[in-house]
Write a protein that binds this ligand. Sequence first.
Ligand code: MG
Length: 334
Amino acid sequence: MDLRYESFELKLKETFSISRSSIDTKKVVYVKIDEGIGEVSPSTFYGESEGTVKAALELFRNELGNDPFAIEGVLEKINSRIAGNFSAKAGIDLALHDLIGKRLNQPVHKLLGISKKEIETSYTIGLDTIRKMQEKVKEASGFLVYKVKVGVENDLKIVEAVREITDAKIRLDANCGWDLKEALKKLKILEKFDIELIEQPVQPENLEDLRIIRENTDIPVFVDEWVMTSRDIPQYMGKVDGINIKLMKCGGIREALRMIYTARACNLKVMIGCMVESSVGISAAAQISPLVDYADLDGNLLISNDPYSGPELRNGKWILNDLPGLGIKKGSIV
Ligand code: MG
């Protein structure tokens, strides 16, 4: 099979800030295998960049073979070529799924036996001044659930201000921004704001801290940052309530499915999230999103120059289309 790739710079509509970083643009790489298209949105947090992605893709070039339906074998080969580099691997996985769907003229969700076609997504409110965060919620008024970034000094005030102006569900993500003491104190206070869940309140290494937090708050505790593949899941059993899966963290649809099954076996809830990425990555995640409990698929909504379009957003829900493969079309609908 023929492998091509090209970089593209996504532009954020507004500066996007979380507790440890801020960005205005995001470099992604589109991967094309024959007529299949995938997307790579590398994250420096995981040691990946445009350069590492392109180097990894060159390593993978000779492992693709001629049969897109042999996807398990191809992924096994690229995994054995190099450790980590999960977003680059996701690019191959996504392009192969798109290619298989196009060859069979069927959408990926249908090939995976998924019949439900709509999923509610949260819309992320990045860190900003309190007034600006309130404005962002008002501007994005059609959503049923907001994911508010916290993990900073004035975050109790942020949540109070957001709750003041919306009755929608609120999820929080501290991106490791608290220590144990701060997490325990803040979550006790935050309980009165009817919070659906808290993601990554503290650094992920200390499982005991997570267990203590979970025992001391009514707000469900989810982990994200270092839950990368299915192997990382069992250690969290009984310590947290759920995990956040991202295609760019785990290496694509195949591993994301394994993660969903592993989490279920460990009695953990599942969220599917994303990076800042365009409609190719979001549509790919949306294909399997009916299998999970919570979706946070809004990366393409945060950018102003999406070169593709995917599922339709209607009343805060993604509606999957019947286009073959990942369900994407060239050209923005915005
Ligand atoms: Mg997160």
